[in-house]
Design a protein around this ligand. Sequence first.
Ligand SMILES: [Zn+2]
Length: 187
Amino acid sequence: MNGEEALKRLLDGNKKYMSGTLAAKDVKKAREATKNGQHPFVTILCCSDSRVPPELVFDANVGEIFIVRNAGNCVDTLTLGSIEYGVEHLHTPLLVVLGHEKCGAVTAACQGNVCPPNIAAIMEKIKPAVDKKGNEGVEQTIVCNLDVVSNEIRRRSEIVRHLEKEKKLKVVEMKYYFEDGRVEIIA
Ligand SMILES: [Zn+2]
């Protein structure tokens, strides 16, 4: 599977999710088939928000999506290491940075309130997007944050840069909407 095919599979899965009827899955069979190793087709960095579960949103089974999650879908060294594990070691041809509307982490960063130190570290990561688009509102900041994040991944990961250059990896930014469950390709 190449990046385009992986993307098509995600979007097809998302259509099923939007319709409210996921494909029947034999999780026992999938568990059995993957017990000695995983071959996911996509690596996804997404927000921890409980309303945006990638396996459901993209109608995927056990062993299909390599997921890296934190509030605000931010990048730090551990996140980068996990992404590199997905794209380099597991060879996923697609990397998705998935944000969502009304993101609590981005909203809090826009409000700029004082937070406990560990949460403040998340706010600090979202600040570049707030500085750029904060005055245009939360939704614009969420979209801008996707750009900030994918640029930071490229800047800090030689592995991602190399795979992208070799056309072995496609990087896509997406935004999720609660109302109908759709994902929109931002870039
Ligand atoms: Zn969020």
